[in-house]
Design a protein around this ligand. Sequence first.
Ligand SMILES: [Cu+2]
Length: 98
Amino acid sequence: MAIIAVTGYAIAANEHIVIQKDKHFSVKILTVKVGDWVSFKNDDAFFHNVFSLSDAQSFDLGSHGQGQARRVQMAKEGTVDIECAIHPEMKMQIKVMK
Ligand SMILES: [Cu+2]
């Protein structure tokens, strides 16, 4: 668990792990809180590139190879659709709650 500062006070932020294996995310829908981190770990022998174009939060974690993880902090409330730029069939959602 990491402690982060938000608008002058400290809150506890959790980290959630999502595994990428056999061109699938290990969860289809992940519910987290604002400020939480989500770490995407690649357990495949090829590259993945996690990104989102959602209004709630858009980001691109870049391509990462076997055994590597990339993380993103969920900044605000909403539903974030997650995709892989390399494998269009890979999809999941992160629901970010207050
Ligand atoms: Cu992929």
